[in-house]
Design a binder for this molecule. Structure first.
Ligand SMILES: C[S@@+](CC[C@H](N)C(=O)[O-])C[C@H]1O[C@@H](n2cnc3c(N)ncnc32)[C@H](O)[C@@H]1O
Length: 195
C-alpha cells in the first residue's frame, strides 16, 4: 500500500513537523549545515523534503538542488516556499520505487529513512550509492526514539545507508544521530595542507 495518503494527510497543515517554529529543529538544521564538508556543492539532492525548510538552507550551499517527496501536498508547499530560488527543483517521487536521473555530489536523507522497512532500505542504499558521485557526500540524520509510523530503527537506517562507504563524520545526542559517508576517507585538514 502506498504511504502517499498518509503523508498527504500529515501535510494538511503548513508546517507539520514544526520546522519553522521549534528551536529543536532549527538547531538540528544548524548542526547539519555546519557539518557539510564543502562550502559549495555542484548538485545536491534531498530525499523527503516535506515543506522545504531544510531544502532552503541546503539551497544556499548547492549550485543546483533537487528536492523530492512522496506527498503532492508537501511538494506543493515546498515549491511555493522555494519559488524565489530558480536553481532548486521540487519533484513528487516515492523512493526507492522512483528515482531521479543523474548523479549528485551531495545527497541528504534527513528524517525519512525510518519510514522504510529493512528491504526497501537495501534498495534505497543501492540507488543512493549509484547516484552518489565519486567525490560525493551522503548525509543521513534521524530521530532516535520510537514513534508511530517508524518502520526501521535509526541504527538500521544508518547501518544500511553507510555500508560500503567510509564514515566522514558522526554526531549523536540523546535525540538524533547525524552521520555522513564518502567513497574515500575525507580530511579537510589534508585538503587544505594543514597535515
Ligand atoms: C519528517 S519529514 C523530513 C523533512 C526534511 N528532510 C527534514 O529533515 O527537515 C519526512 C518527509 O519524507 C517524506 N517521505 C516519507 N516516505 C517517503 C518516501 N518513501 N519517498 C519520498 N518521500 C518520503 C514525507 O512525506 C515527509 O515529508
Amino acid at each position: 500500500m502506498s504511504a502517499q495518503p498518509y503523508f498527504d494527510e500529515v501535510h494538511a497543515i503548513d508546517d507539520p513537523f514544526g520546522y519553522r517554529s521549534r528551536w529543536y529543529e532549527e538547531r538540528k538544521r544548524g548542526v547539519l549545515m555546519a557539518s557539510l564538508t564543502r562550502r559549495s556543492f555542484q548538485r545536491g539532492w534531498e530525499l523527503g523534503c516535506s515543506n522545504g525548510v531544510l531544502t532552503e538552507a541546503l539551497a544556499g550551499r548547492c549550485e543546483r538542488l533537487l528536492a523530492t517527496d512522496i506527498s503532492p501536498r508537501a511538494t506543493f508547499q515546498a515549491r511555493r516556499s522555494l519559488a524565489h530560488l530558480p536553481h532548486v527543483q521540487v519533484h513528487c517521487a516515492q523512493h526507492p520505487q522512483q528515482w531521479p536521473a543523474g548523479r549528485f555530489d551531495l545527497i541528504v536523507c534527513s528524517e525519512m529513512g525510518y519510514y522504510l522497512g529493512p528491504d526497501a532500505l537495501v534498495e534505497l542504499r543501492d540507488g543512493v550509492h549509484a547516484a552518489l558521485k565519486d567525490d560525493g557526500l551522503l548525509v543521513a540524520c534521524h530521530w532516535l526514539p520510537s514513534f508511530n509510523g517508524r518502520a526501521s530503527r535509526t541504527a538500521l537506517v544508518h547501518e544500511r545507508l553507510g555500508r560500503g562507504l567510509q564514515e566522514a563524520f558522526c554526531y549523536r545526542d540523546s535525540d538524533f544521530v547525524l552521520q555522513a559517508w564518502s567513497r574515500t576517507p575525507l580530511s579537510l585538514a589534508s585538503e587544505e595542507g594543514l597535515r
